[in-house]
Ligand binder design. Structure first.
Ligand code: HEM
Length: 405
């Protein structure tokens, strides 16, 4: 019998949670699935059934202002966060629904499908650059730049601006740092101001001369005469970078790591490349890039029969839900041919990840091209460290040896 992990133990500051979160999830799921974490001020959910019910529930809020004063949300939110324009991720209906509908006209299946050949070309260019290297860090050389280049291409960032765009995109990631010093916040603000000013300039240019790109599409979408204004387009562009870059990097990194540490699974993939779709889904189930998603009840509420008061911050642990033995036999095994890979990696309900189709094609193409070109890829034997990130589950570096066969 273990003590129930709580507070900082359920954060990246804890060595066990950072490296083997499933150990704590297993205890919580079994002993205290609706866990009241009084130290941090939240309710932690680990059972698939509870996580699914909460994510699907339209009456729950994502608006931080609905969280009680003792909740984790109010304790860690900064004045800077409060002042920033709010994206759809933290808005409730009707504002959420309006933005999501308008944006979905532009960020649609056709636009994403059109990216497939471009993603393959971007993957190949990155792989060309590591040709001949004895070993390389797969995160730095491949998994991190790929989604940034893809979204830059989709948005219509001019090739001449790509260097700066990449710097700003990387800078944005500091928003997820678990320790937010005044210096870090100042750096974040400067970075975000520069990026927003850049988007503002591009929007003005595209208003004058539209092109075949996502920014032009966001400008032209309309529904019953309603349109997105410039601030909403800038906020949306920022959200696409914030929500899409590190997550997709981690999905690629976690999939490569799983395949390189499960030689039977990797052999199957090499023999049957179409299994790449299954490999990516199995990573989303077992090693999802996003650890948790938040919901806030605005009135008293019950989860699995346990009362939860209005204003509570409910943390749904997406990884714990995907690893629930009530859903999957042998849940910690990485089995790309597992018939049912139900997972919660993209959240659920009205906030279900808007970029899921893009993330899937990016990861599938990136993994397929990598193992096609470097079928003998192996780990370089360096220690593998998880990222110190409050929200994400990925590796800092992933040193590999190409060994083409
Ligand atoms: C593997 C990669 C990704 C993962 C694991 C992921 C995960 C998530 C999660 C968990 C949410 C919150 C859902 C909820 O609370 O129910 C979310 C929302 C969102 N994601 Fe993703 N995401 C990924 C990639 C992307 C990409 C590539 C984009 C776009 C370029 C994107 C855009 C968004 C947006 C706009 C939202 C807000 C949706 C809303 O509030 O309605 N994501 N994502």
């Amino acid at each position: 019998m273990h003590d129930v992990p709580t507070g900082l133990q359920l954060t990246v500051f804890d060595e066990t949670f950072r490296n083997r979160p499933y150990e704590f999830f297993e205890i919580l799921r079994r002993v205290d699935p609706v866990h009241l974490d009084t130290m941090l001020g939240r309710i932690a959910l680990t059972r698939a059934a509870d996580v699914a019910a909460v994510l699907k529930n339209r009456s729950l809020s994502v608006d931080h202002s609905n969280a009680g004063p003792d909740s984790i949300v109010q304790k860690f939110i900064t004045a800077q966060d409060r002042e920033a324009p709010r994206s759809m991720l933290v808005l409730d209906d009707p504002d959420h629904g309006r933005l999501r509908r308008l944006v979905s006209y532009a960020f649609n299946a056709r636009a994403i499908d059109a990216m497939k050949p471009k993603v393959a070309a971007i993957a190949d260019t990155l792989l060309d650059a590591i040709d001949g290297m004895e070993s390389f860090d797969l995160v730095e050389a491949y998994a991190a730049p790929l989604p940034i280049i893809v979204i830059a291409d989709m948005l219509g960032v001019d090739p001449a601006d790509r260097g700066e765009f990449r710097r700003w995109s990387k800078g944005l990631a500091n928003v997820f740092s678990p320790v937010r010093t005044p210096e870090l916040l100042a750096g974040l603000k400067a970075n975000s101001d520069e990026l927003s000013a850049y988007f503002g300039r591009v929007i003005a240019e595209r208003r004058a001369v539209p092109r075949e790109d996502l920014i032009s599409a966001l400008i032209s979408v309309q529904e019953d005469g309603d349109r997105l204004n410039d601030e909403e387009i800038v906020t949306m562009c920022n959200l696409l970078l914030l929500a899409g870059n590190l997550t997709t990097t981690d999905l690629i990194g976690n999939t490569v790591l799983a395949l390189l540490t499960h030689s039977d699974q990797r052999a199957k993939l090499i023999a049957r490349p179409e299994l790449v779709v299954e490999a990516v889904e199995e990573t989303l189930r077992r090693d999802p890039p996003v650890m948790q998603s938040l919901r806030i009840p605005t009135e008293d509420y019950f989860i699995g029969g346990v009362p939860v008061s209005a204003g509570s911050a409910i943390t749904t642990f997406l990884m714990a839900a995907g690893q629930d033995p009530a859903l999957h036999a042998n849940p910690l095994a990485y089995d790309i041919e597992r018939a049912d890979k139900t997972h919660f990696a993209f959240g659920g309900g009205v906030h279900f990840c808007l970029g899921a189709p893009l993330a899937r094609i990016e990861a599938q193409i990136a993994i397929a091209r990598l193992f096609e070109r470097l079928p003998g890829l192996s780990l370089a034997g360096k220690p593998i460290e998880r990222n110190m990130s409050a929200a994400f589950n990925g590796v800092k570096e992933l040193w590999v040896v190409p060994q083409p066969v």
